[in-house]
Design a protein around this ligand. Structure first.
Ligand code: FAD
Length: 443
């Protein structure tokens, strides 16, 4: 086994993803030399600027003013090369508008980024499985990638035993050896918490009963949120779907799969012909960047945009440790959840199973939830009452800036699956074009 450290790329997910940080920053730019020729990274964005705008700056981040430049080089400056930014850039470019995309990271794709290692597309920021019931979204991604027929069926490990996810008849059989939906319902019913749930533990107990909670939820949740479920509010879990069929498909959506060749290749195609500038932080000179374009699409943290003037929004972060194992198949499944507290990670991902990649070795990633301390990447918003109130202040400010569009998971401060982000970007662009919104498909 080659440990992550000795393989030289254990820093792949080093949260300090600033340019020049070990791991991410040191790697070559994914677009450079990709041979497609139509996506460009400007070596120096300044060449496109009118000289007078070079000094532009904004003093009060809470009240950033519009730069009074009459001739702009672009229609849209897009901050963030994740799914929201890339989708918006594609749609605007297709409509004949001029876009430039900047990202402070050294790669395309935001959190969807993949990197080829040993012939395996590694999901750099955690497992990403595409699923949607929205035909327009599915058609959109199919313009840029062929999708395989991968179905997500994670396994859960607890006290040395494997269980099926999501909670379905296979899980109930594994837990209690029951064989019929009626028997399973009866087992759950007899264990349910009957009062008004006052915390997450009671909420989970009232939804699924004590066996499922104690075996598969309690310790996992403790690791995920860094606190015992008794100390967490009930509303974090609104529902815990129980499926009374033998069906291990994690998602209910109509369409599901993984882009063949990885997400980064898909982003290269989405961004074909669009100017992209990596290693470029908007806050290094926001006045300058604002002056480039008629409108700014901002997909970074909304509290950072306003200089945290209403306080900092809380997130949970993650750390990833990658191992390259010197054998073909390590865990027999792409995703395994670790549901007891014998280990501090929550999941292991064996990436080759997403695309059935052929390789003599295999790459396995351990996922460790962490507090989002300085330098770490914000992943999951902590949508409690206090943060929501803080976010609402920022949202109000954002609404009073007609030259800026705020979109994506960091700007809207909510967890969004990929198809939700694409749909949101599509709808935002439709609003720009004064077209009616797409009908949201239930998923
Ligand atoms: P991001 O991908 O975060 O892109 C925002 C970009 O903005 C980043 O690249 C960032 O570097 C850049 N940026 C921020 N600030 C600045 C700045 N100041 N200057 C320049 N650039 C800046 N969804 C699914 O549908 N299926 C899954 O299986 C799935 N798994 C997930 C697993 C994990 C662990 C996580 C955290 C999320 C998962 N998601 C999944 C959700 C998915 O990652 C998001 O829907 C998607 O990445 C959001 O895209 P985005 O463009 O909003 O944000």
């Amino acid at each position: 086994m080659e440990a992550g450290g000795s393989s030289g790329w254990s820093d792949l997910n080093n949260p300090a993803d600033s340019p020049g940080s070990p791991g991410l920053g040191a790697r070559p730019d994914p677009l450079r030399g990709c041979g497609k020729g139509s996506s460009r990274i400007l070596s120096d964005l300044r060449v496109t600027l009118p000289a007078g705008d070079w000094q532009a700056s904004v003093d009060d981040p809470c009240n950033p003013g519009e730069t009074a430049t009459s001739e702009r080089s672009y229609d849209y400056l897009i901050v963030g090369c994740g799914l929201y930014g890339a989708t918006f850039a594609r749609l605007a470019t297709d409509a004949g508008l001029r876009c430039v995309v900047i990202d402070k990271r050294p790669h395309l794709g935001g959190n969807c980024h993949t990197e080829n290692r040993h012939g395996i597309n590694v999901h750099t920021y955690g497992a990403h499985i595409f699923h949607t019931s929205n035909r327009a979204v599915w058609d959109f991604v199919h313009r840029f990638a062929e999708f395989n027929s991968y179905i997500n069926s994670p396994k859960a490990l607890s006290s040395g035993r494997l269980y099926s996810l999501p909670f379905n008849m296979n899980t109930f059989h594994e837990l209690w050896q029951v064989r019929t939906p009626e028997q399973a319902r009866a087992r759950i019913e007899e264990q349910r918490f009957r009062g008004e749930p006052s915390n997450l533990e009671e909420q989970a107990l009232s939804l699924v009963g004590s066996d499922i909670y104690n075996t598969l939820i309690r310790d996992y949740t403790k690791k995920q949120w860094g606190r015992h479920p008794r100390e967490l509010p009930a509303f974090i879990i609104k529902r815990l779907p129980l499926r009374f069929t033998f069906n291990n498909n994690y998602f209910n959506d109509r369409y599901q799969g993984i882009p063949i060749g990885g997400y980064t290749a898909m982003f290269e195609r989405i961004l074909e012909g669009i100017e992209v500038r990596l290693h470029t932080d908007y806050f290094e000179n926001r006045g300058l960047f604002d002056s480039l374009a008629r409108r700014v699409v901002y997909t970074g943290c909304i509290d950072e945009f306003f200089g945290h003037c209403h306080g900092q929004l809380e997130y949970r972060s993650l750390e990833f440790e990658h191992d390259v194992h010197d054998h073909e198949n390590h865990q027999g499944n792409a995703v395994v959840n670790y549901c007891d507290d014998s280990v501090s990670y929550t999941r292991t991902i064996e990436h080759k199973h997403f695309e059935n990649s052929q390789s003599d070795v295999t790459v396995v990633t351990r996922e460790y939830p962490k507090d989002c301390t300085s330098g770490r990447i914000p992943y999951y918003p902590v949508n409690n009452e206090r943060n929501q109130k803080t976010y609402n202040h920022y949202k109000e400010r954002a609404a009073s800036m007609p030259s800026h569009i705020f979109g994506g998971r960091l700007s809207e401060y909510k967890y969004m699956d990929m198809h939700v982000v694409i749909e949101a970007a599509m709808n935002r662009f439709r609003t720009e074009c004064k077209q009616p919104a797409l009908v949201t498909a239930a998923s």
